[in-house]
Every structure is written in structure tokens, then in C-alpha cells.
Design a protein. Structure first.
Length: 146
């Protein structure tokens, strides 16, 4: 009986390790995804809204917007930015965007999720702040408020 149990664990262990490895890889791929796999870079969508949250986090920053259109219920949009390190390099901080800021964003729509974009450009008309993705690098077009 002991031999059979050992044999079962000897055979099952490599399969279990392989299954765990594949599962971990799937979670890792979702955590840091391919931009082209998640977003349709052939299309751009323009959205105007009010910032409700700015998450200046790794690996990518996110903006949550409330978008109001006449005759429709408010919608929540999630906007993904470049990685935090590159955003910091151009002077962006966790305080750059505040709840209540009115912004206009243009970006590539998500392939599988409604109301989600990968940011190509952001404008804050109140003070002239303007940000854009140029190729693989972010850049400030105008700094706006200090």
C-alpha cells in the first residue's frame, strides 16, 4: 500500500507542478499584459469626463472618469496610462490629476471591455495641462498648474 501511494505522488507531482506553473503564468500575463493584445490601436475614441480617481501605481497608472452624456446615465471609464517610472520621468506625480478635474482623453478602446481606453492624449482645459503618448514614450505638451 505504501508503494502504491508513493507511486501515485511520484506520478502526480510533476503534473501538479506543471498545472500550477501554467496557472501562475496565466495570472502573470494578465497582470502585465500586452497593450496591443488588450487595446485596438487602429481606432481612437475621444471621451470628456471628470476625474473620480487617479491611481499612480505600478506597473501602469489608471484614471477613472465619470462621463455624463445628455439623456444617459453617468458612465465610469477606466483609462490606462504608461508605466509609472516613465510618467515620473516627465514630472507626473500622484497629485497631477485630482478628483473633480475636467479632462478630455483620446485613446485606443479595449478589445474586450466596455468603457476602457489606453491613453494616447489627455487635455485638462482649465489650466492647459496636456499629455500625450508619442510612440512608446510619454511626454508633456504643457505643464498646467504647478
Amino acid at each position: 500500500m505504501t508503494v502504491r501511494i508513493r507511486a501515485l505522488f511520484t506520478v502526480a507531482r510533476p503534473s501538479a507542478l506543471l498545472a500550477c506553473g501554467l496557472l501562475l503564468e496565466a495570472f502573470t500575463a494578465e497582470a502585465h499584459h500586452s497593450i496591443s493584445g488588450m487595446y485596438d490601436s487602429r481606432r481612437d475614441i475621444r471621451v470628456e469626463g471628470v476625474v473620480t480617481q487617479f491611481e499612480f501605481i505600478n506597473p501602469h497608472a489608471f484614471i477613472t472618469l465619470e462621463v455624463r452624456e445628455t439623456g444617459r446615465a453617468p458612465q465610469q471609464w477606466r483609462v490606462e496610462l504608461d508605466d509609472r517610472g516613465e510618467l515620473s520621468d516627465i514630472g507626473m506625480t500622484a497629485k497631477t490629476l485630482q478628483p473633480g478635474d475636467q479632462v478630455i482623453v483620446v485613446g485606443s478602446p479595449a478589445r474586450r471591455e466596455a468603457n476602457r481606453l489606453y491613453l494616447a492624449r489627455l487635455d485638462r482645459p482649465a489650466d492647459g495641462y496636456s499629455f500625450e503618448q508619442v510612440g512608446g514614450r510619454p511626454r508633456l505638451r504643457s505643464r498646467g498648474r504647478p
